[in-house]
Design a binder for this molecule. Structure first.
Ligand code: DX5
Ligand code: ZN
Length: 227
């Protein structure tokens, strides 16, 4: 499948970080070998949790050169996406369930100067993105219901990852497949075999007894071995 040979990337979620010293935590993730930072943006409406606004992201931009991606779990992505681009996010991920006009919202992201990605909740079918696949650089397949870190990986989403990888290959598109939720040493190999190449990990990175660098290199080598 087309996604199989794409570079493996580990994208730590900032959710479990110590928010009182976020800049320092980003530098530690950088040193530990993270490929990009995954900002989980929650507005308390689209999901029952509230996290960081664009000013927080902006205040951390100078801490590292790593790519920032914003996973927008918000009710009004057309209004908020440009603010996160301005804050320094190079990739913005839009939930299909969060907008009536997905094609327009993805263009809002691109017009603001970022790369666009799309995602869907576990219950949402893959066909919901058929007509926008040519607009995105990445598709995020949620492997938990969004809102909280530390939830159990939903294995049934691997079927969606595999189907997506086939579609991307059949259409000759250049698109990363990211998975988010419950990614840890015991789940990352199967997600890789299904076709994913970018892995969000929160609790598995911050909660590893060996520290951040050990967590990241362990996840990376398990994925590389499964590819
Ligand atoms: C869930 C978020 C996550 C997730 C990652 O809404 O999108 O990025 O919390 O955390 P872990 O790796 O702990 O499942
Ligand atoms: Zn996320």
């Amino acid at each position: 499948m087309s996604a199989a040979k794409r570079p493996i990337e580990i994208a730590p979620s900032i959710l479990p970080a110590d928010f009182s010293r976020l800049g320092e935590q980003l530098q530690q993730l950088d040193t530990a070998g993270a490929d990009r930072i995954h900002w989980d943006v929650m507005d308390g409406v689209f999901v029952p949790n509230l996290t960081v606004g664009p000013d927080v992201v902006k205040s951390c931009r100078a801490a590292t050169d790593m790519m920032f991606e914003a996973h927008l779990m918000v009710e009004n992505p057309d209004l908020l996406a440009p603010l996160y681009v301005e804050a320094g996010c190079e990739l913005i991920t839009i939930h299909v369930e969060s907008t009536r006009h997905l094609d327009r919202t993805l263009h809002v992201v691109k017009d603001a100067g970022a790369r666009a990605a799309v995602t869907m909740n576990p219950a949402t079918p893959l066909c919901s993105i058929d007509n926008v696949l040519h607009l995105v650089d990445m598709v995020l397949i949620m492997t938990v219901n969004p809102g909280f870190g530390g939830q159990a990986y939903i294995e049934a989403q691997e079927r969606k990852v595999t189907e997506l990888a086939h579609q991307i290959g059949a259409r000759g598109l250049d698109i990363d497949i990211e998975v988010d939720g419950g990614i840890k040493p015991s789940t990352i190999a199967a997600a890789t075999r299904a076709g994913a190449n970018v892995f969000v990990a929160g609790s598995a990175v911050f909660g590893h007894p060996g520290g951040l660098a050990t967590a990241i290199s362990e996840l990376r080598s398990l994925a590389q071995d499964a590819q």
